[in-house]
Design a binder for this molecule. Sequence first.
Ligand code: DX5
Ligand code: ZN
Length: 213
Amino acid sequence: MLVAPSILSADFGNLAKEVEDICVLGCDYVHVDVMDGHFVPNLTIGPVVVESVAKSATKPLDIHLMVENNTFFVDLFAPFKPEFISFHIEEEKHPHRLIQKIRNSGIRPALVLNPGTTPKLIEYLIEDVDMVLLMSVNPGFGGQKFIPNVLEKAKELKELCEKRNPKCLIEVDGGVNDKNVKDLKDAGIDIVVAGSYIFKHSDRKAAIESLRV
Ligand code: DX5
Ligand code: ZN
């Protein structure tokens, strides 16, 4: 299992140090949650902060957009060369076009599904993306409770990926901890995002290791 700590649960007063810390402790990606106060009822960070996160990080960035105007935000963040930019299918009229735009910027495109969204909606987009992110909480906040039906959805998505794009990675985000990570592995998940579990743990290295099932 690959591990992407979400910096939403980091101490923002010491953000550079927090980002350096999780990279040294051996995470695989640094998950960056961008919220615009419209698509979700929370507001996080913009390009000034993401630029400084990119400078502190020694692992690739995984940028998760939770915004209304995806194209605008892709233009803002592409210069920082993240590994992935993911956007919500619920908020994009022209997802195929946006996937091409992200790809043409040299970034790996990814789609995100809210807890209530079916993977069938992205059947004809899967071959064009490198990753699908399944939300296991409603987007907007860290520290929420894991919604277990994501396990069933992951299996359905895995079948679609096997049919259309076997290399497509599957990521799960929200409420992940050492108790549910084994079930996620069994359901075919490649990457877990974990915010509060890692950042609030008294031993962050042990927390990251406990997710490597
Ligand atoms: C929620 C964010 C998550 C969040 C996860 O909208 O996308 O990345 O930070 O936090 P935890 O792991 O605490 O649920
Ligand atoms: Zn996220």
